[in-house]
Design a protein around this ligand. Structure first.
Ligand code: NAD
Ligand code: ZN
Length: 352
């Protein structure tokens, strides 16, 4: 099935979200074809070239020479960003050029940041091609570059005009990449409770795998509600960081150690440890869901835990030396727990 809905942040910042076959898009009067600068993830492009070219032609009356970027975290390195800007400017984009960003979460983060700063901000259309990017990175307007070993220290919150979510892109992903996306879907389902939690539980109990467009749309609608009420994370949007306080710190440790750790797996670990530490009564619900999805129970070997506190201190939710940690209160409800860095570090170390 195909679903289209919108996320209104401000009157100027409306994002349309389309779930379903990208070759079967409804007419979108707000998005007449213009000059398009494609920013493409090489991994996605290699696997889905015809589908990506079809989207490019749909939105571009003139298509500039694509920027094809290696997928993965390296593309978010601040040190590499000037070269990306130079390459983009060499394509001679104009003020009306639309940046079409296709790829995994890393290319979306770098491409969205590029669109935000190029010529003081160009319109963007985003086509996430991993499950993680479809259910999380593509929607909500956050983008980020990594400064040194700490992730996402540079970025803006700026909504793309359109997000196209097509499950057909997911057929070329490994089981581990699908599982990473399931980690974020579990988070959203725990936050939302009700039928979304039941549908997701049924999906993972059946063996997980690629979700259909309906399940993707249900997760995206839930996320869109949080974002539209609080785009700039002054209030409710903070709950979307469930599992992310410890999850992000683990990702930074893994990045520094060169140990692979998928974002969704890190978030699953964060969800387990934060729930056990701050609301243990909910731990069985959380652990059962994550176990059914096959998500990890322990952090990968090879992390240097000595740097943990330093990464927790860099958490964007630190205020006056304490962390505001979203914690699952009950299915469909989250709370904020005020915790010290030491509390969080102790909780994280139970995953070692
Ligand atoms: N901005 C946000 O709100 C937000 C939210 C969550 C995560 N993120 C960021 O997203 C990143 C992780 O994203 P990810 O999990 O998508 O991984 P990724 O972007 O690192 O991509 C993983 C690999 O998959 C390849 N790939 C992409 N699509 C493919 C396809 N359809 N078929 C085959 N290969 C494909 C890429 O080339 C890359 O090699 C992290 O940097 C994280 O910080 C951002
Ligand atoms: Zn996340």
């Amino acid at each position: 099935m195909t679903t289209t809905f919108s996320l209104n942040v401000t009157r100027r910042e409306e994002s349309l979200i389309h779930c379903g076959d990208v070759r079967n898009l409804p007419d979108i009067p707000q998005l007449k074809p213009v000059s398009v600068l494609p920013v493409l993830d090489a991994g996605a492009f290699a696997a889905h070239r015809p589908r990506i070219e079809a989207v490019t032609l749909r939105f571009g009356s003139e298509v500039l020479d694509p920027l094809i970027l290696p997928g993965g975290e390296g593309v978010k390195d601040l040190a590499g960003f000037p070269a990306l800007v130079t390459a983009a400017l060499a394509r001679r984009p104009g003020r009306k050029t639309r940046v079409l960003i296709v790829g995994g979460g890393a290319v979306l983060d770098a491409g969205q940041f590029l669109a935000a700063v190029l010529l003081r901000g160009l319109e963007s259309v985003v086509v996430p091609t991993t499950l993680l990017a479809q259910v999380d990175a593509g929607l909500g307007g956050k983008c980020g570059l990594d400064a040194g070993a700490t992730k996402n220290q540079i970025g803006v919150i700026r909504q793309p005009r359109l997000v196209l979510v097509d499950p057909a892109f997911l057929t070329s992903l490994s089981a581990a990449e699908i599982q990473s996306g399931l980690g974020e879907m579990c988070k959203m389902a725990l936050l939302e409770g009700g039928t979304l939690l039941e549908s997701l539980r049924a999906h993972v109990v059946r063996g997980g795998g690629i979700p259909d467009a309906d399940l993707l749309a249900a997760v995206l609608r839930a996320k869109a509600r949080f974002v539209s009420e609080d785009a700039f994370e002054g209030g409710r949007r903070i709950f979307l960081n469930l599992g992310h306080t410890i999850g992000h710190a683990l990702e930074s440790l893994a990045l520094a150690a060169g140990v692979p750790l998928a974002h969704g797996a890190a978030i699953a670990l964060g969800l387990r440890a934060e729930t056990r530490a701050f609301n243990p009564g909910m731990a069985p619900l959380v652990d059962d869901l994550l176990d059914a999805a096959g998500l990890p129970r322990k952090a990968p070997a090879g992390l240097s835990w000595a740097a943990l506190e330093e990464h927790l201190v860099h958490d964007k939710k630190v205020r006056d030396g304490v962390l505001r940690v979203p914690v699952l209160g009950s299915a469909g409800r989250a709370w904020i727990v005020i915790a010290t860095v030491d509390d969080c570090a102790a909780a994280a170390k139970t995953l070692a």
